[in-house]
Each structure stands twice: as structure tokens, then as C-alpha cells.
Write a new protein. Structure first.
Length: 95
């Protein structure tokens, strides 16, 4: 049950982040009437997806370096409840 809730919370976080930031990179294209709204959304989606794929490969060393290890005791940080609380709180904060 917790895994399903954690999955839904993660989807909510991804939705919140995308809804908040997806269009910012191409807003000028639409605002200057260089492209239509639909074209700007397609560009935003494609470039955001490409950036997320690149970050998987390019930022793996950064994630290891800045893991935050030691900020929260391992007994708490490894708990599913903790992960669920973090995912929900970050998603709500972004919204």
C-alpha cells in the first residue's frame, strides 16, 4: 500500500514541477508570437524531456557528492513514511 502511495506522491511531484516550470523556457517564443501556443508547448515538453535524460547521465556524480547523508538519521531516512512525507510536502510546496 505504501509503495502505491509513494508512486502516486512521486507522480504528483512530477506533475507539480512540470506545471510550474515547463513553459518558462519557451514563454518568449509564444509571447513574441514566433510560434503558436501548441508549438511552444511541444518545444517545452521535448526540451524538458531531453534535459531530464541528460541529467540522468551527467548529474549522477553530483547526486553522490551532495546526497545529504547525515542530515537525518538512517533509521528515519530509510522509512517509507519518511519518503512519502517528503514527496507529498515537496509536491504541495511547488504547487
Amino acid at each position: 500500500m505504501y509503495i502505491a502511495l509513494l508512486f502516486l506522491a512521486t507522480l504528483f511531484l512530477a506533475y507539480s514541477n512540470g506545471a510550474n516550470d515547463n513553459f518558462k523556457g519557451v514563454a518568449t517564443l509564444f509571447g513574441s508570437q514566433t510560434t503558436s501556443y501548441k508549438t511552444a508547448i511541444v518545444w517545452a515538453t521535448l526540451t524538458t524531456f531531453a534535459g531530464s535524460i541528460c541529467s540522468v547521465f551527467l548529474a549522477s556524480a553530483l547526486v553522490k557528492s551532495f546526497s545529504g547523508k547525515g542530515l537525518v538519521p538512517d533509521a528515519i531516512a530509510n522509512g517509507t513514511d519518511f519518503h512519502l512525507a517528503i514527496a507529498l510536502s515537496v509536491g504541495i510546496t511547488v504547487m
